[in-house]
Design a binder for this molecule. Structure first.
Ligand code: NAP
Length: 492
């Protein structure tokens, strides 16, 4: 894997929440890596905005510590870190108290011609106030972009309110709604597999595909994000954004080009074609779960309610959904979605299961003929496996085996696997919105999610318990087995 430097002009990256967890774990390490690769031109500036004032030097030392903590040892070596820290500064702005804006305006003054990106790595309750402050202090230039993180709302109505608030200051072509899943290598590869090969596209429809599975499983619990997570739950936290975005890329029609609006127009059509799941189908098409005490990551772990010190919580930490897309290409093909915390292992993958062969010519005793599967692994070990039937080599008659053609990116391409944020942060500077969500996409996703939330709310049923370290409630297994199918297990 080689990294290419696509020249960009010097820029200013202003990170609101630049001292927070997201900035420390992801944004600053990603910018550092691109700087080390030579992708960030001299003269560029990274400004961490936060409420609490810090001395510049002390702040830079905390960035150094973060790089050491969140990058593999050899990546954060002395000289490269010093050069990176020289472009990092801190400005204190308390957006709630409306203080410090003049300092930020003074910092940016005189650099109106360069590309300027505002990254809002803060809670969504501050998005509106920050945009208003940016507008009022005339910090929006012709070359300004705004990046916002999930969660964009917690329902269609609240998402609209967020979009209205940011849209009152920034034009849609300046707004970059980030979903870091779209920056992952395998997700990019999904588009190349589909549209860079003539092999798959003729088969990519209900005539040849039996079903699709999307799994985003985490082995960790809620960690330090308990407050947010308990108010959100797995459906809002994972399905509304990451999983539906993956579903769109699998199911969309071929766009005319990789141009942002061509791709986003096609994704939007998929979201609008999702079959609504209402009250009458909620029990057969969805499963909510919440973990109980068990064993995970090599040790005993407590139940979700104990972990967040709110034993009465009815928030789901697991969800499985049987969804369908109502159009000619996908009619009758189920898309099974599942995600959860404290599951048996950390794995994110897309499984495209092809239909069984119509007739076997092989004698009894040759072995079971399994259907072909294309498995795209997003994490860990990003890669692609195409499961096929082959003859077991050697004499002794026809013996059939199901084996993967296996391409692991780490072993096939001897280079560092970049974090998704590295690509996305620089796409913002390049003004490329292809991997970012448009307003109508976000709202269409909520329009499908809202009725599920409402039906759950009306049913009043508690989430089904599952033991931490397993694959979720048994009802999630029943959800797919009722259709005569199984969740994919990688035996290769
Ligand atoms: P965090 O660790 O709590 O950091 C919050 C940041 O916002 C701090 O830098 C804080 O500055 C700043 N801030 C808070 N109130 C402010 C105010 N009134 N004026 C100016 N700055 C203020 O939060 P986080 O985990 O980084 O998350 C940030 C956002 O990203 C959230 O919306 C979260 O849902 C989203 N997100 C986070 C992750 C993740 O992995 N952490 C992943 C995806 C999305 P002080 O330190 O000075 O208070």
């Amino acid at each position: 894997m080689s990294h290419r430097v696509i020249p960009v002009d010097p820029f200013d990256y202003v990170v609101f929440g630049g001292t927070g967890d997201l900035a420390r774990r992801k944004l600053l390490p990603a910018l550092y890596q691109r700087h080390k690769d030579g992708q960030i031109p001299p003269g560029s500036r990274i400004v961490a905005v936060a409420r609490t004032r810090r001395e510049d030097e002390a702040f830079r030392e905390t960035v150094r510590t973060s790089l050491q903590e969140f990058l593999p040892g050899a990546e954060s070596d002395g000289c490269a870190v010093d050069a990176f820290l020289a472009m990092v500064s801190h400005v204190a702005v308390d957006v709630e108290a409306d203080a410090g804006w003049q300092d930020l305006a003074a910092f940016l003054a005189g650099a109106e011609d360069r590309i300027r990106a505002f990254y809002l790595a803060v809670g969504p309750d501050l998005f509106g106030k920050i945009c208003t402050g940016i507008g009022r202090h005339r910090l929006v230039t012709a070359n300004t972009r705004l990046v916002i993180e999930k969660p964009i709302g917690s329902s269609l109505a609240t998402a609209r309110a967020v979009n209205e608030a940011v849209g009152s200051v920034f034009a849609e072509d300046q707004i970059f709604r980030i979903d870091h899943y779209l920056g992952k290598e395998t997700v990019q590869n999904l588009m190349v597999l589909r549209f860079g090969n003539s092999l798959y596209e003729p088969l990519w429809n209900s005539a040849h595909i039996d079903h699709v599975q999307i799994t985003v499983a985490e082995s960790i619990g809620v960690g330090s994000r308990a407050g947010y997570y308990d108010s959100a739950g797995a459906l809002r936290d994972m399905v509304q954004n990451h999983i539906l975005q993956l579903l769109c890329l699998i199911a969309m029609e071929p766009p005319d080009s990789l141009d942002a609006n061509s791709v986003r127009d096609e994704k939007l059509k998929v979201l609008r074609a999702l079959k609504p799941i209402g009250e009458d189908e909620i029990d057969v098409c969805t499963v909510r779960g919440q973990y109980r005490a068990g064993a995970s990551e090599g040790g005993a772990v407590v139940a979700y309610g104990d972990e967040i010190a709110r034993s009465e919580s009815a928030t789901e930490t697991f969800v499985a959904i049987r969804s369908e897309i109502c159009n000619w290409r996908w009619a009758g093909v189920p898309f099974y979605l599942r995600t959860g915390k404290r599951l048996a292992s950390r794995v994110s993958e897309i499984v495209v299961a092809f239909k069984a062969i119509p007739h076997s010519i092989f004698p009894k005793g040759s072995g079971v003929i399994h259907s072909n599967r294309l498995v795209l692994r997003l994490q860990p070990d990003e890669g692609v496996k195409q499961w096929i039937m082959i003859k077991d080599p050697g004499l002794g008659g026809m013996r059939l085996r199901h084996v993967p053609l296996d391409m692991s990116f780490a072993t096939s391409f001897q280079a560092r696997n970049p974090d998704a944020y590295e690509r996305l942060l620089l796409d913002v500077i390049r003004g490329n919105q292809t991997l970012f969500m448009r307003r109508d996409e976000v709202e269409a996703a909520w329009a499908w999610i809202d009725p599920i939330l409402e039906a759950w709310e009306r049913s009043g049923a508690a989430p089904r318990p599952y033991t931490a370290g397993t694959w979720g409630p048994s009802a999630a297994i029943a959800l797919i087995e009722r259709d005569g199918r199984n969740w994919h297990e990688d035996s290769g």
